[in-house]
Write a protein that binds this ligand. Structure first.
Ligand SMILES: [Zn+2]
Length: 463
C-alpha cells in the first residue's frame, strides 16, 4: 500500500478526546495521518471500500514506561512468597544473560504483545547498555538500536529513553554504593561519557532516530545518578527538545536515603537540577510530600503512574488525584510488565484512589482514557498522536463489545464499560500510522506472538 493511500473506516462507536463518545464515525486518513473525522454518518452513506470497525474505537494507547526485559520475569518472580528478593535475584539473572540477538527476539515479542493490547507507542526506559562485563559493544548503542528495530518489527512507534545509570544506589545513611556485578552493564562512568554515547545514537535536529523512533533521555533515579552528574542529561533534553524521564520516589527508602545524602527530597533535588518541567515525566511519584506535589504541579511535570507494577512490587498507592489537581498531566505505563494491559492501568488508577480514600469517584473514565492516549503520547514526545482528529497520526484501537466481559455495554456508558471492565484481551484491531498491525485479534507482523514470547523467555530462565 502506498504511503499516501487514502483509507476510510466507519466506527460503530468511537471516543473522540474532548468530544465524547459518538456513533457512526466516518474516519478518513491519507497515509499516516487522519484527514477527516465525521460522527453521525449512517453506514449506508459511507464510500465504497470503507472498513467497518465493530465495537468501540479509541485512539492509540501509549505505554509510557517500559523495561522490555522485565517481561521475562512474569510469574517466575511470584514463586514461593514472591518476595522483593525473589524479584531482584531473577531480574539480575535475566539482565546478565541478554545479548543483542536475544534482546531483539525478546523485545520484538514483548512489543508485539503490547500491540495486541492496543499499544501504538512505547516509552522504553533503557539502561541495559553494555556487554555482560560492562564493556561497550563495538557500536556502543547496539542494545538501544536493537530496541528500535524490535519496535519496527512489531509495528509500534518507540521513544528510546536512554537512561543515565551511574551507581548502584544510596545507602540508608546517604553514602553512595558503586555499581557491582550485573549492574556494570548499566553504567557509562559519568554524565559526560553518557552524553558522548547518547550523542552517537544519531538523533536529527528534531530528535528523531527513524520514522517510527524518537530519542528521549532519562535520569534513572536520584539513587543511580549523583546530583552533580545530572546536568548532561538535562542539557541533552534541552538541546534536542527530547523528553526527559526519571523514576521518582517509588519507595520510602529512596526518600530517606536522598534526605540523608542531600538534605532534600528527590523531587526537590531534581528541581534544583533543572529536571522538572512540561517536557519531563516523573515515573511512579508514589511517596511525595505536599511540597513535592507543588513542585511537580507548578512546573507542569507529567506524572507517569504504573499501578499494576506498583501493586506487584508493594510500592504503595501514589497521590494521583492530588498530582492532577496540582497541575500534573497523568500518563500510564506497564513498567515491569507484570501484566501488559493499559486498560487495567487506567482502572487501577481510580481503584487505588478509592481504596486509599474510602470514596468512589476520583477520576472520570474520560480522564483515565486521556492519560493513556493523549497525555501518554505527549509525554513521549509525540503530541501529534493519541487523538482521532484531522492532522493526528492515524492510530485506531478497536475493542470488541461482544466478549463475556463487555457484552451488554450501552452506547451511553461505553467508555466507562471499556475502562472499568475491559481488558487487553478484548482488543480486536489496531491501526498504527494508517497501517493495520492487528486484525481480528491477530498480529499481522509477528505471526505467533505467544510462541515468540515463549522462545525468547525460556532460555533466559533456564537454570
Ligand atoms: Zn521503571
Amino acid at each position: 500500500m502506498p504511503l499516501t493511500a487514502v483509507r476510510r473506516w466507519h466506527a460503530d462507536l468511537a471516543w473522540l478526546p474532548g468530544r465524547g463518545v459518538h456513533s457512526g464515525v466516518l474516519i478518513e486518513a491519507s497515509g499516516p495521518r487522519f484527514t477527516a473525522v465525521t460522527p453521525g454518518v449512517p453506514p449506508g452513506d459511507c464510500p465504497p471500500g470503507t472498513i467497518r470497525l465493530a465495537g468501540f474505537t479509541l485512539p492509540g494507547l501509549a505505554n509510557a514506561h517500559s523495561h522490555a526485559f522485565h517481561r521475562a520475569l512474569r510469574g517466575a518472580v511470584q514463586a514461593g512468597l514472591g518476595t522483593f528478593w525473589t524479584w531482584r535475584e531473577r531480574m539480575y539473572q535475566v539482565a546478565g544473560r541478554l545479548q543483542p540477538d536475544s534482546y531483539l527476539a525478546l523485545a520484538r515479542a514483548v512489543y508485539a504483545e503490547m500491540a495486541l493490547a492496543g499499544v501504538t507507542c512505547v516509552g522504553e526506559f533503557h539502561y541495559l547498555h553494555h556487554d555482560a562485563g560492562g564493556a561497550r559493544y563495538r557500536d556502543p548503542n547496539q542494545m538501544g538500536r536493537v530496541l528500535i528495530e524490535a519496535a519496527a518489527q512489531a509495528g509500534l512507534r518507540i521513544t528510546l529513553l536512554d537512561a543515565c545509570y551511574l551507581r548502584g544506589g544510596l545507602a540508608a545513611d546517604g553514602a553512595p554504593i558503586a555499581l557491582s556485578g550485573v549492574q556494570a552493564r548499566f553504567g557509562d562512568g559519568d554524565g559526560a561519557r553518557w552524553a558522548e554515547r547518547a550523542g552517537q545514537l544519531g538523533a536529527d535536529e528534531h530528535g528523531m532516530l527513524a520514522a517510527h523512533a524518537r530519542a528521549g533521555v532519562a535520569i534513572h533515579s536520584v539513587r543511580a545518578v549523583p546530583a552533580d552528574q545530572m546536568h548532561p542529561v538535562v542539557a541533552w533534553s534541552h538541546t534536542h527538545g527530547a523528553p526527559l524521564h526519571a523514576h521518582l520516589s517509588e519507595q520510602p527508602a529512596e526518600n530517606e536515603a536522598c534526605l540523608a545524602a542531600y538534605g532534600v527530597t528527590p523531587a526537590r533535588l531534581l528541581d534544583r537540577a533543572g529536571a522538572l518541567g512540561p517536557r519531563s515525566t516523573m515515573v511512579h511519584a508514589t511517596h511525595l510530600t505536599g511540597d513535592d506535589i507543588g513542585l511537580l504541579g507548578g512546573s507542569r511535570t507529567v506524572a507517569c503512574l504504573c499501578p499494576t507494577t506498583e501493586a506487584d512490587l508493594a510500592d504503595g498507592i501514589g497521590p494521583a488525584r492530588a498530582l492532577a489537581d496540582a497541575g500534573c498531566p497523568l500518563s500510564l505505563g506497564s513498567d515491569s510488565h507484570a501484566v501488559v494491559d493499559l486498560l487495567a492501568e487506567a482502572r487501577l488508577t481510580e481503584m487505588g484512589e478509592r481504596l486509599a480514600s474510602g470514596r468512589r469517584g476520583a477520576f472520570r473514565a474520560e480522564e483515565l482514557a486521556a492519560a493513556t492516549t493523549v497525555a501518554g503520547h505527549a509525554c513521549l514526545g509525540w503530541p501529534e498522536a493519541g487523538e482521532i482528529a484531522p492532522g493526528a497520526l492515524a492510530d485506531l484501537v478497536t475493542v470488541a463489545l461482544d466478549t463475556p466481559r463487555l457484552a451488554g455495554t450501552q452506547a451511553s456508558s461505553a467508555l466507562e464499560s471499556v475502562i472499568f471492565a475491559g481488558s487487553a484481551a478484548d482488543v480486536r484491531s489496531v491501526v498504527i500510522s494508517g497501517r493495520d498491525v492487528v486484525a481480528g485479534g491477530r498480529h499481522l507482523l509477528v505471526d505467533d506472538v505467544p510462541a515468540a514470547l515463549d522462545a525468547a523467555i525460556t532460555p533466559l530462565l533456564s537454570p
